[in-house]
Design a protein around this ligand. Structure first.
Ligand code: SF4
Length: 242
């Protein structure tokens, strides 16, 4: 059993998502009321939590350089702390954004350091508002400001109540689900979760060599090494009867 077929599926999915996202952006740009405000060097959305399938981190783990690795290691220490302190998912997401300090793959000029291999969910995030809105903590807004913002959104275009285009995110979710299904079919186990944590798991623990051993082996490895931390991983599969 190997990852080869799954990685081929990932590459085809990246091409499909990029093509359909470009088409959707072109369609939206013809709409006078809405614009797409994403531009190179704007990294305001790169402090959000990114979730993805484990397959998506494999090419990234192979490309990461020593500087990115050092930055990742520091962030993982903080991420462990955040995951253990957070009282619920909402609290985890807030702490992640406030305390982690952005993606370790960001370059000094605010670009993605591994742009061609970024996960589906990064590829699918397109802002229909000035990018300053991507950095706003909505919990801190006055209710009237929040209301004005929400009523300015076009619910037919965006993933309401956010200002990000809905269509690319829907395609990304479908493609991610197909990768998880392929993992289930190939190995009997599907893993998804926090993007940074999964890269680190691959670099530090070579999880891609454990997953092909099946669900029970993967779950046992994560548990024995105390790696299955709150809010960071979603493991699916069934242990086979002995
Ligand atoms: S992988 Fe790239 S696009 Fe995604 S959060 Fe990190 S720097 Fe931003």
């Amino acid at each position: 059993m190997s990852w080869q077929a799954i990685l081929q599926q990932l590459a085809a999915g990246q091409q499909q998502l990029d093509r359909q996202t470009q088409e959707e952006c072109a369609r939206v740009r013809n709409n006078e009321r809405v614009g797409i405000f994403c531009r190179s060097g704007c990294s305001n959305c790169c402090s959000l939590t990114v979730n993805c399938s484990f397959a998506e981190v494999l090419p990234l783990a192979g490309l990461i350089n020593s500087e990115q690795r050092a930055s990742l290691d520091k962030k993982i220490e903080k991420l462990r702390e955040i995951s253990q302190q957070a009282s619920d998912l909402k609290d985890f997401l807030r702490r992640f954004r406030e305390q982690l300090g952005g993606c370790p793959l960001l370059t000094a000029d605010g670009s993605c350091g591994l742009y061609s291999q970024r996960p589906y969910s990064c590829r699918a995030l397109l802002s229909t508002r000035n990018s300053n809105w991507c950095a706003v903590d909505f919990a801190s807004l006055h209710p009237l400001e929040k209301q004005a913002f929400l009523s300015s959104l076009d619910p037919e275009l965006v993933a309401f109540p956010t200002h990000y285009l809905a269509a690319p995110q829907e395609i990304a979710l479908e493609l991610e689900a197909l990768l998880l299904l392929a993992m289930r079919e190939q190995f009997g186990v599907a893993l998804a979760g926090n993007f940074l944590y999964q890269i680190w798991l691959e670099l530090e623990h070579r999880l891609s060599e454990i997953i092909p051993q099946g669900f029970a082996a993967t779950r046992n490895y994560l548990e024995q090494n105390q790696l299955d931390l709150p809010f960071l991983l979603q493991l699916q599969g069934e242990a086979k009867e002995a």
